[in-house]
Design a protein around this ligand. Structure first.
Ligand SMILES: [Zn+2]
Length: 97
């Protein structure tokens, strides 16, 4: 399966924060989930290369994009309450890593 880079998502991202413009967005086309090992996700942040992969079905979800952006900002796969349900709003997500 090929990865398609989504330039408009990256542009959206860059306008939100100059700190994290190095993040690259990718979309899994024609799919609603991303499989990582035995787990499935709607979106997935990859520390190596600072990449965010979104299943195409959810790629337009602002909340999911922000959720994955937060991982990139924190450089962590964890979900600290102060960041994921704090001043930035409720970014908690079932099913998203
Ligand atoms: Zn997450």
């Amino acid at each position: 399966m090929s990865l398609l880079e989504v330039d408009d998502l990256r542009t959206y991202f860059e306008t939100r924060s100059g700190d994290v413009h190095a993040v690259a967005f990718y979309v899994f086309p024609n799919d609603s989930i991303i499989k990582v090992g035995s787990e499935t996700y709607w979106g997935y942040w990859i520390k190596s290369g600072n990449k965010i992969v979104l299943a195409e079905k959810w790629a337009a979800s602002e909340k999911l994009v922000k959720h994955e952006e937060m991982h990139a900002l924190l450089q962590s796969p964890l979900h600290p309450q102060a960041y994921f349900n704090g001043p930035c709003g409720d970014l908690t997500y079932e099913g998203a890593q």
